[in-house]
Design a protein around this ligand. Sequence first.
Ligand SMILES: [Zn+2]
Length: 306
Amino acid sequence: MLIRVLGSAAGGGFPQWNCGCPNCVGVRRGTIRAQARTQESVAVSADGDSWFLLNASPEIRQQIESFDKLHPRVLRDTPIQGIVLTNGDLDHTLGLLSLRESQPLALYSTRRVHRGFSEGNVLYRTLQRFDGQVTLHALELGGPEEPLRLLNGVASGLQMRAFAAPGKAALHLDQSTGEPADNIGLVIRDERTGKRLAYIPAVGASSSDVVAAVSTADAVFFDGTFWSSDELIALGASTRRAEDMAHWPIGGGEGSLAFLSGLSAERRILIHINNSNPILRDDSTERALVHAARVEVAFDGMELEL
Ligand SMILES: [Zn+2]
């Protein structure tokens, strides 16, 4: 399985357009050791020719252009065979609207996430210009593995299963009636090599499903949004703690770094990193702690082969 990180930042990206925090100012001015990042999306492929996107970020056009394997091969064409959504956050879904242009699309998401994006959304009509423009492959939580299929229906060589990840509905939806199908993690298995990727870019806490997914994976991408619970509070940018936004902080005794460092997966990678997070600085103490735990920090353009 080939894996390419198209974007590694949380919602807002790095730097974020309206943010004057030390990280954002520093990366704009080039005065800190850090690289800019677009919003989280990852491309996976069994053969290097047909690709599936995990999430559709607002920067999808730039991300496709940044990776020649995603470029069209004939006049009207795309190697992108499907798009998998892990939740309905705008940083994961807004890119879908940029994939108009009468191109058939296959969407893999829970029915709940699909409804949250499409219902009452007049802009969604841009993806309904002809019958069958979007094919929904509805994901069932805890179901068996299902093949990721090429647009022509042929199995791609990748199998996927979805599971509930402790989290929240997208901000623009009713927050009072959450369901497990609002936020999911994925396990994708390459049929040829048998290798597994666990993909959990947003998760608020551990659960038996999360533990099961990461324990058997060869590579894990995990929620790296915040280093500490009170990161935005300390910055004066918000009154909400990381856990209030359903993100498990990395640092501290109960942090996800301690959890990840105990896994046997050969690659453990933090992704969906908020611009306030000190691990974005290549020379920070927190980055050194991450490295000491043999955990990696995703960056745009990172590639893995499983
Ligand atoms: Zn910032």
